[in-house]
Design a protein around this ligand. Structure first.
Ligand SMILES: Cc1ncc(COP(=O)(O)O)c(C=O)c1O
Length: 369
C-alpha cells in the first residue's frame, strides 16, 4: 500500500463540484482581486477567531511581516521567537527589519519556553514576541501579554498551524496584538496555492495592514509609505471559503486518526505520542511523535512499507544558514537540538481511510528497534 504524507488530490476528488463552482463564480464575475469573496472571507475568519478585524494577504509569511510593520517594529528591533518552527516564523522578523532572538523550547510540547519569553519581555531585552502555536496546539500567553502591554512590547501569534485549536475554550488571538493565519496548501484549510490572513484587535492596526498589503495606498492614488503587493486572489478566497465549511468535520476526522495512532504508540517502547497540554484542544495539523533513539530507522522502515513521513523540523532555526550573523540566542539550545533529532511526523489528513490508518498502526508495531 502507498500512503503519501499529503493527498490534496483526494480532497479535490471528494469536493470537486463545490470547489469548481467557487472557481467558476469568480471567473464569471471577473473581479479577480479584492472582490466580495475576499471581504466575506475576512469577515468569516474574524468571527471564527472572535476578533474584530481581518486582512487577507498573499501568505502566512506576509501576514507576519505586515503585522510586525503595522505594530511599529523599528530597524534592528529585537523579536523573541521559538527555535523550533517553520523558517517563516523567524525570517518574517528579518523581512520586517528586526533581529530574531531565538528561545529554546520546553521538552513536552516543543514550544518556546514561557519563562524565558516572560523574562525577555520583563527585562526590556526585546521589542516584540512572535509566539508560535506549534503542530496544532496553543502556547500560553496570558502572563506574557500582560507584561508586554505594560512595557510597550508587541505580541504576535503565529497561528499558521492552529486554525481550530483552543486553549481553555478560546481560540488564538486573545492575548496578542495581531494573529496570523496561513492558507498554505499543507495547512488544515489550504488555498490551491499560497494565502494568508492577519487579524487585529485594533482598527488602526488593521487599516495600516490594508495599506501595507497594497503598496502603501491610502486612497486616491496616494501612496503614503513603501508597501507590498500581497493580495489574496479572489479565486483563492472563494476556495478557502468553501473549505472553511468543512473545518469541523475535517478536524474531527483528524482527531479520530490521532487517537488511533496514540493508542498504538502508547503500547510501543521506542516512540511516544504527542503530548497535549492541559487546557488545550489539539487539532493535529501535524501528528508529531518522539522517537528518542531510532528516528531515522523508523522513517526508513515506514518508507519501505510505502508510508510517507516528514520531520518538523530537522534543524534548530538558530542553525539555519539564512540566519547566520543576524540572530541572537538565549541559552544553550539543548532541548531544540534534541527535538530536531527525535521528531517524526505521520500522515494525517481527513481523507485517509480506516484501512490506511490500520496499515500504518501495523507498520509501527512491526518495527524492530
Ligand atoms: C508556523 C508557521 N508560520 C508561518 C508559516 C508561513 O506561512 P505561508 O507558507 O503561508 O507563508 C508557516 C507555514 O507555511 C508555518 O507553519
Amino acid at each position: 500500500m502507498q500512503i503519501p504524507f499529503m493527498r490534496l488530490d483526494r480532497q479535490f476528488a471528494n469536493h470537486r463540484q463545490e470547489f469548481m463552482n467557487a472557481v467558476e463564480t469568480v471567473f464569471t464575475h471577473g473581479k479577480v482581486l479584492q472582490a466580495k469573496e475576499v471581504s466575506d472571507l475576512e469577515e468569516r475568519v474574524a468571527g471564527f477567531f472572535s476578533l474584530p478585524h481581518a486582512v487577507a494577504v498573499g501568505s502566512g509569511t506576509d501576514a507576519l511581516i505586515l503585522g510586525m510593520k503595522a505594530l511599529g517594529l523599528k530597524p534592528g528591533g529585537k523579536v523573541a521567537v521559538t527555535s523550533l518552527s517553520f523558517v517563516a516564523s523567524a525570517s518574517a522578523i528579518v523581512h520586517a527589519g528586526g533581529v530574531p532572538v531565538f528561545v529554546d523550547v520546553e521538552d513536552e510540547h516543543y514550544m518556546a519556553r514561557e519563562d524565558v519569553l516572560l523574562d525577555l519581555v520583563a527585562s526590556g531585552k526585546v521589542d516584540g514576541v512572535v509566539a508560535v502555536h506549534l503542530y496544532g496546539q496553543m502556547t500560553e500567553l496570558k502572563e506574557i501579554y500582560a507584561e508586554a502591554k505594560k512595557r510597550g512590547v508587541f505580541v504576535i501569534e503565529d497561528a499558521a498551524q492552529a486554525l481550530g485549536a483552543t486553549r481553555h475554550g478560546t481560540p488564538p488571538g486573545q492575548y496578542s496584538d495581531v494573529t496570523c493565519v496561513s492558507f498554505d496548501p499543507t495547512k488544515v484549510i489550504g488555498a490551491q496555492g499560497s494565502g494568508g490572513l492577519v487579524l487585529a484587535r485594533e482598527h488602526h492596526v488593521a487599516e495600516h495592514m490594508k495599506r501595507l498589503r497594497y503598496h502603501g495606498h491610502a486612497g486616491q492614488r496616494v501612496y503614503t509609505e513603501i508597501g507590498h503587493n500581497s493580495q489574496l486572489p479572489t479565486v483563492q478566497a472563494a476556495i478557502i471559503g468553501a473549505k472553511l465549511g468543512h473545518e469541523e468535520a475535517w478536524r474531527l476526522r483528524r482527531l479520530e486518526i490521532a487517537a488511533a495512532y496514540t493508542e498504538t504508540l502508547n503500547r510501543l517502547p521506542f516512540a511516544s505520542a504527542p503530548k497535549v497540554r492541559e487546557g488545550n484542544t489539539h487539532i493535529y495539523h501535524k501528528y508529531v511523535m518522539t522517537v528518542p533513539n531510532h528516528r531515522d530507522a523508523l522513517a526508513a522502515h515506514l518508507k519501505a512499507a510505502g508510508i510517507g513521513t516528514s520531520v518538523h523540523y530537522s534543524l534548530p532555526l538558530n542553525e539555519q544558514p539564512c540566519f547566520a550573523g543576524i540572530h541572537q540566542c538565549v541559552g544553550d539550545m539543548a532541548v531544540v537540538k534534541r527535538a530536531t533529532q527525535q521528531v517524526l511526523s505521520l500522515p494525517i489528513y481527513p481523507e485517509m481511510t480506516d484501512e490506511e490508518v490500520r496499515y500504518i498502526r501495523e507498520a509501527l508495531k512491526a518495527f524492530k528497534a
